[in-house]
Design a protein around this ligand. Structure first.
Ligand SMILES: *Cc1c(COP(=O)(O)O)cnc(C)c1O
Length: 388
């Protein structure tokens, strides 16, 4: 098919041309005396994205899923109790990972479309008088439902209960796109990956740990090898890694950080908010609903609920086959009920209008009761009137 494929899945996201070019480099010696000149500033600049001064950043040659494992296996002990609210596929998978690793996982089911229930969390932690819960696992942005939870709210609930548990946050589809503050929110482990807000290919887990979490690694007896934070920290101190890093990925990350810091992290958040708001206006103009309930809307991904007599999979298939655009599918519980539009990473108004137009065409093809141009028109008005 002529023209390019338009990628609107919420990861992998589009890589900016500058990032791809920066990665197109010859292989190099990762034990050379100049390699630390690449790695050390990256680890320092990552702190500006995680918004931390006290914390320490790490990358592992892996994906976000490995980030869950790094946090769990380095800061906790075998069999420890962890608390998680499950309101989407990624929270489900994180809970499963913890279970498979042998943790005592306390799962609270939450309706998909809502986020972490803060009152419930506070009450549960107050109830845990013996402090058996060692970590609270919070999915900041549940990519499967387009739901953002309040992490400052989680911190407040933990503080109100004076509970000493560690706070682990899955920020794979929020960090570098949605407001995130490691220090201010008292996050102990923040987990991200390269292929979402960082605008890179998949292949790096990008993590940040608080001093409290790093201290916990000292007493943790959990068996670990490849994912040892201590080994990584020991090598990183001199600007090296314990095993071979993907040097092109690091060059790409260097460029991605330059782009994000040049734009300014607050401006990055504001851009994602505008992008998300335009999509929400389009959905409202179609007369459709989004999966996220009011107050939980995500600025990086929108899950659009199709009418009961329609199958979202048809929209996704037609959008791909006829119009060359890739949308995110509904996962497990919402399979066939939603399609997802990713608006994360290297994205702007006009690119996203392409997604809205393509979705409109595919929905019309499947007999949706919508008016051609209605969603596009609503988004055009919003973007035009709020553009600087
Ligand atoms: C994508 C994603 C993951 C999984 O990351 P992988 O890089 O695919 O391992 C985990 N959590 C959230 C919220 C995600 O969006």
């Amino acid at each position: 098919m002529a023209g390019r494929n338009h990628l609107f899945v919420p990861g992998p996201t589009n890589c900016p041309h500058e990032v791809l070019s920066a990665m197109h480099v010859p292989m190099e010696d990762h034990r050379s005396p100049i390699f630390p000149n690449l790695l050390k500033p990256i680890l320092e600049d990552l702190k500006k994205i995680f918004r931390t001064e006290a914390g320490q950043c790490f990358t592992f040659p892996a994906t976000g899923t490995a980030g869950w494992e790094v946090a769990l296996t380095n800061c906790l002990n075998q069999g420890d109790k962890v608390l998680i609210y499950r309101f989407g596929q990624f929270g489900h998978l994180w809970a499963e990972a913890a279970r498979k690793l042998g943790f005592d996982v306390e799962i609270h089911q939450v309706e998909w479309g809502k986020g972490i229930p803060l009152d419930h969390l506070e009450a549960r932690l107050k109830d845990d008088k013996n402090h058996e819960i060692k970590a609270v696992l919070a999915t900041h942005n549940e990519t499967s439902t387009g739901v953002t939870s309040s992490i400052p709210g989680v911190r407040k609930a933990m503080d109100n209960a004076a509970h000493p548990a560690l706070l682990f946050v899955d920020g794979v589809s929020s960090i570098a796109s949605i407001d995130f503050r490691m220090d201010e929110w008292g996050v102990d482990a923040a987990i991200s990956g390269s292929q979402k807000g960082f605008m890179l290919p998949a292949g790096l887990a990008i993590l940040c740990f608080s001093q409290k979490a790093l201290a916990a690694t000292e007493s943790s007896t959990f068996p670990r090898s490849f994912f040892s934070l201590k080994d990584m920290a020991a090598s990183n101190k001199d600007g090296y890694t314990p095993y071979t890093p993907s040097t092109p990925m690091l060059h790409g990350l260097r460029k991605a950080l330059d782009l994000l810091l040049e734009e300014g992290i607050e401006n990055v958040y504001a851009r994602h908010h505008r992008l998300g708001e335009g999509v929400r206006r389009a959905v409202a103009a179609w007369g459709l609903k989004i999966c996220a309930q009011p107050g939980f809307e995500s600025d990086t991904v929108t899950a659009v609920v199709v009418p009961a007599d329609k199958d979202a999979r048809d929209v996704i298939a037609t959008a791909y086959r006829k119009y060359n655009i890739s949308l995110g599918a509904g996962l497990t519980e919402v399979s066939g009920k939603v399609f997802r539009i990713g608006h994360i990473g290297d994205m702007n108004d006009v690119s996203l209008l392409g997604a809205i137009a393509g979705v409109e065409m595919a929905m019309l093809d499947h007999g949706f009761d919508i008016k051609a141009g209605s969603g596009v028109g609503a988004a055009v008005e919003y973007y035009r009137s709020t553009a600087k």
